[in-house]
Ligand binder design. Structure first.
Ligand code: ATP
Ligand code: MG
Length: 326
């Protein structure tokens, strides 16, 4: 069975965008792939984090994955930092990556421009991501377009290592999620919804109350046509709400247009708000049952063991090839 892997950084609360664009995709994939899903807490450290907040978020992310429908029987679920071989492999990969290659990453260029006092971790983080992917021989990595370049870097490093030292890694394929699953910020629908966004009004968290969700959707930025029609270029706000409704309610964009023919934005938004609130409330109820359960620790222990075994084996293979062995 081909292997697929995904990870989310605990840099904020899981958003509706993460749910639709990453978690829900993994729920579909878990039926036909050997699925790995983890919390990428080491990736969160490229910028300063509040330690106690980070600690509580790590477990909360795992509980939320499961509450959303990630099946522990079909997934290897783990916390990145609990596997010390991942950063060890990352270092070995760093030594096979040129500075020029790493500094050409678009995200590095953008983020290092925003904060001149950036950490070296910001430069090396795509190589840590390569380690996340390569240690377990993932065949597929589903990512948003923003991460495509990083998976390509992982491919290049894998090919280089394989060429120099013979077959060591599976060369991973990028799986770009389908159009329509990139959820936009509700206040500024020209940019994507992000969990590290500072204005919470544009972002729906999976922990928001029905009242907050309703208020955010009712205040979402739209055009003034008052026509419910899918047109991402000219009507990004309405199209975004249509995308959200379509995924949450399992209904096509055409059906939504039909349903709201001749109706106004107020009525449409109220409907979207109700559906999204109900959907998220059900997930939150499941979350409450999981977050403090012993089952959660059992799942994490099992995931840690499997992940460490695989990474240890890969690390030792690399060391043999490199000659760093007694
Ligand atoms: P940050 O702001 O810290 O970068 P983020 O919300 O972008 O957080 P990531 O941890 O970077 O989340 O990404 C986790 C996964 O969620 C990735 O697979 C990414 O493609 C997906 N994702 C993130 N934001 C969206 C979005 N708005 N719509 C759809 N998918 C998204
Ligand atoms: Mg991101």
């Amino acid at each position: 069975m081909a292997r697929i892997l995904t990870g989310l950084k605990p840099t904020g609360e899981i958003t509706l965008g993460n749910y639709i664009g990453a978690i829900k995709q993994m729920i579909t994939y878990q039926e036909k792939y050997d699925s790995f899903i983890f919390v990428a807490d080491l990736h969160a450290l490229t910028i300063p984090q509040d330690p106690s907040l980070l600690k509580s978020r790590i477990k909360s992310f795992i509980a939320m994955y499961i509450a959303c429908g990630i099946d522990p029987a079909k997934n290897t679920i783990y916390i990145q930092s609990e596997n010390p071989y991942i950063p060890a492999i990352s270092y070995l990969l760093e030594c096979h990556t040129s500075y020029g290659e790493a500094s050409r990453m678009i995200q590095f260029k953008e983020k290092s421009r925003q904060n001149r006092n950036f950490s070296v971790g910001l430069l090396t983080y795509p190589i840590l991501m390569a380690s996340d992917i390569l240690y377990c021989d993932a065949d597929f990595v589903p990512v948003g377009i923003d991460q495509k370049q990083h998976v390509e870097l992982a491919r290049n490093i894998a090919e280089r290592f394989n060429n120099r030292y013979e077959n060591t890694f599976v060369v991973p394929e990028v799986l770009i999620s389908e159009a329509g699953t990139k959820i936009k910020d509700l206040k500024d629908p020209t940019k994507k919804m992000s969990k590290s966004e500072s204005n919470p009004q544009g972002v729906i968290s999976m922990f928001d109350s029905p009242i907050d969700i309703t208020s955010k959707i009712m205040k979402a930025t739209t055009d003034s046509d008052n026509v419910i029609k899918f047109d991402e270029e000219n009507k990004p706000g309405i199209s975004n709400l249509m995308n959200i409704l379509s995924v949450i309610d399992n209904i096509s964009l055409n059906e939504i247009e039909e349903m709201f023919k001749g109706k106004g934005y107020g009525e449409f938004k109220k409907y979207v708000a109700l559906k999204v609130s109900n959907h998220i409330k059900k997930i939150q109820d499941r979350y409450e049952k999981i977050i403090n359960s012993k089952e959660l620790d059992d799942i994490l222990n099992k995931g840690r063991e499997k992940s460490i075994n695989l990474a240890k084996e890969k690390y030792q293979l690399m060391c043999e090839k490199l000659g760093t062995i007694r």
